[in-house]
Design a binder for this molecule. Structure first.
Ligand code: 4AD
Ligand code: MG
Length: 463
């Protein structure tokens, strides 16, 4: 018999249908002549109620093995349920326990566990309601990304994990080191020279796939990357990971305005997609995690984002009747308290801030005519702060070369990047969306460690 998924049975299952399900026991209730168990198979928040009649073979033995966490397969007939909140249940003809879970030691007994506790058992936490819902929404977000870009003719390109360039120039690179230290060249002082480690050259884990996306955009016009990126920043905050996923579209023949338009359309699309695909999960978050989740989604989908320049943002912050920890003045990098004030308190919706001072932004951003600012944009979201960072890129060879030199960067390792400006250059723009930050924003989850299955932070990278 074909095994069915519970989500589909709860939607379409008809009384008298014969079905088989497989999953994990959430709860068991023993009565006199029969027992109930709730089974979850990860396909939805909802469990399927299974009725185990005392007439089943080896009933007593079976019941002993059926405990929270045990894996089971049940075959039987669907019947209309009189229970609250469900239309059907499964009357078992046969049930088999694959693996038991000792109630004395299994950590996920039926009660509410703190996210902190669950972080210490990341190999089991996906079996809880909240983390289950998070990872289904995460999956829907990933599907939305591909659907959105594929529908618009963007090519998905695979940017490398190992790279020689520090795209953001922030020096937050993890070095790639071979395990055989004897093979790594030595410095004149005889010490292992890690900067020579990748077969005699330096190599790092990528902080962004943008530079390679630019290469591909110069052949295919519109492309996107979607993959893991790494930052060696020692930030133990609820919004930073050492390994996170980023989506980076890059568009040839596009300016900063086109970039902003795409970012806004993209975010609206993702919210709608997830609301359509995961309505129960989203309602769950709204009920149990953050009561503003559905209102936020509605706000994103139905309102235009605010758009202001950095200079206007500074003026607004200076006028704010609020004391910031970090003093406001033209030239500062906006801190999370500033970003959150603007998005959360002032505009109460996402806003796009453009044209930042060139000193606080990366080398590749296009210099504006004022000579002071660059064509950068950050999308700031309530509760999260920066969710997207992007820009129009400097496509003029001479201006880019001058900028690279002014920053004392090594032109040697960027010769290929300059070549893109030497041959067939065009105005182009793109952005990077922090994938975990959007999942956080969508679900209302407070800590970024709880929206990625295996978080890597300065404090943890267990397995
Ligand atoms: O603003 P960032 O550093 O921009 C770039 O990397 C550009 N190369 C993107 C581009 O234009 N193609 O990072 C982009 C986004 C941020 O807005 C944030 O959402 C996320 O990546 N991000 C992080 N997410 C989790 N943990 C971290 N440590 C992050 N650092 C950045
Ligand atoms: Mg940024």
């Amino acid at each position: 018999m074909v095994t069915r998924r519970i989500v589909e049975l709860l939607r379409n299952g008809q009384p008298d249908e014969s079905v088989t399900i497989q999953g994990w026991v959430r709860t068991k209730r023993e009565l006199k002549d029969f027992s109930f168990m709730e089974v979850n198979d990860g396909s939805s928040l909802a469990n399927l109620q299974v009725v185990l009649d005392a007439s089943l073979p080896d009933y007593e033995q079976l019941l002993k093995k059926i405990n929270t966490g045990a894996s089971v397969e049940v075959s039987g007939t669907l019947v209309a349920s009189v229970g609250k909140g469900q239309t059907i249940e499964l009357k078992a003809d046969s049930a088999q326990v694959y693996g038991e879970a000792d109630p004395e030691t299994y950590p996920l007994q039926k009660k509410r566990h703190s996210f902190e506790f669950l972080r210490n058992i990341s190999h089991l936490r996906s079996r809880t309601n909240t983390l289950g819902a998070v990872f289904r929404v995460r999956n829907a977000c990933a599907a939305a990304i591909h659907q959105f870009f594929q529908d618009r003719g963007f090519l998905w390109i695979h940017s490398p994990i190992i790279t020689a360039s520090d795209c953001e120039g922030a020096g937050e690179l993890f070095t790639v080191t071979s395990l055989d230290l004897n093979k790594i060249p030595k410095t004149p002082q005889g010490e292992v020279d890690y900067s020579q480690d990748f077969f005699g050259k330096p190599a790092y884990l990528t902080v962004s796939g943008q530079l390679q996306a630019e290469v591909m955009a110069m052949a295919f016009q519109n492309v996107y990357t979607f993959g893991p990126t790494f930052r060696a920043e020692n930030s133990n905050t609820s919004r930073h990971l050492a390994e996170f996923w980023m989506v980076e579209p890059e568009m040839a023949f596009c300016d900063l305005e086109g970039d902003q338009n795409l970012a806004e359309e993209f975010l609206k699309y993702m919210f709608q997609y997830v609301l359509d695909r995961c309505p129960e999960d989203m309602e769950f978050f709204n009920k149990w995690v953050d009561q503003t989740v559905l209102a936020t989604a509605d706000n994103i989908i139905n309102n235009e984002f605010e758009r202001i320049t950095y200079t206007e943002a500074i003026n607004l912050l200076e006028k704010a009747d609020k004391k910031f920890e970090f003093p406001v003045q033209w030239g500062i990098d906006l801190q999370s308290e500033h970003e959150r004030y603007l998005a959360e308190e002032l505009f109460k919706k996402p806003l796009i801030v453009t044209n930042y001072p060139k000193e606080i932004k990366a080398f590749y951003m296009r210099l504006n005519d004022d000579g002071k600012t660059v064509a950068a944009m950050d999308v700031l979201a309530p509760k999260i702060g920066e969710i997207i960072g992007g820009s129009q890129r400097e496509e003029r060879f001479a201006v880019l070369e001058e900028r690279i030199q002014a920053l004392d960067m090594e032109t040697d390792s960027l010769w290929w990047y300059l070549d893109l400006r030497r041959y067939g250059t065009v105005p182009h723009a793109g952005f990077g969306l922090g994938f975990e930050r959007i999942v956080q924003f969508m679900t209302g989850m407070g800590n970024i460690r709880d929206v990625i299955p295996f978080p890597r932070t300065p404090l943890s990278a267990d397995f």
